[in-house]
Design a protein around this ligand. Sequence first.
Ligand code: A2P
Length: 345
Amino acid sequence: MKRVAVVGATGAVGTELRCVLAQREFPAESYRLFASARSAGRRIDWVDGPLTVAELGPHSFDDVDLAFFSAGASISREYAPLAREAGAIVIDNSSAFRMDRDVPLVIPEINAKAVRSHNGILAVPNCSTIIMAVVLWPLHRVHPIRRVVVCTYQAISGAGARALAELESQTADVLAGRPPTPHVLPVPCAFNVFSHNTPIGEDGYNVEESKMIAETRKIFGDDTLRIAPTCMRVPVRRVHTEALSIEFETPITEQDAREILGTAPGLEILDDRAANRFPTPLAAEGRDEVYVGRIRCDPTIPDGRGLQLICAGDQLRKGAALNAVQIAELLSPGSAASERKRGPT
Ligand code: A2P
């Protein structure tokens, strides 16, 4: 499992993926970077010297054991089956296969064992789903959750590298007194807050919201979990923040929640009421952990069964690239994850 391809290597998630692979010293024998014709020939610095980006094509996977895909769902639909036929295992960051029955949808802190039953393609959940789920799961294991109301404050880079560039240029435009002109996102993103830029279904929920519901149910293996999301974009470069109101089956105290979340993998509590310091996008940027805070009981839910909190997670990192590499580590004996599991010798 050592010859690795990165599809979408020049994009927002692809760039973070390259960074995470290098930082975690992923045990690859070789790397191949793919993007569109626009980027073909571009040189990118890599651990052992620069690599040249190639245009993705039907024969890109001839000598590849493991392929990370982060070039959008249509590219995944077209090329991931070709990669699998060529003998590669695909770890896909897009929504193309997430809900397929034979495709494990994996957050290693929650359902690591699901990687055992893959059919050549494994899927990384949506970024907002991951950031919410890593917080909900440790609570749900001890105190079953009945219902979640979640509001997201999502970073612009979640819409890709071009959207992030648009935020930066529009911010400069507004500060210089020029009107912001949207090209990538449907409305001006600088100094604005707007409903998530995915299409709205007949039920009134946008695609991002529907993903949060369906994917969380699949990952938790619980089709009855009730989730009511509202997904918004805010003029933040990276990191999604989410406000959660959680109703449990049985009473839970604030202290219970702190103890559970304080020892759960992948989480860090940042909850200093005296200093008014809680999770923020800037605090969580570039971090592997999802920050949790504002932990408090919800008095509007009877019998002490309600909890409110906020969380903030780097959606390019734990929400995409890091989660993908963690899945690869579960599949690769000798990787950082399996070394950590074995412990020091
Ligand atoms: P490119 O940079 O050449 O356009 P983001 O999510 O940040 O927008 O990134 C999307 C990624 O998907 C980029 O690496 C982009 O490459 C890549 N991509 C877009 N279209 C294609 C395509 N037709 N074939 C291969 N890669 C593509």
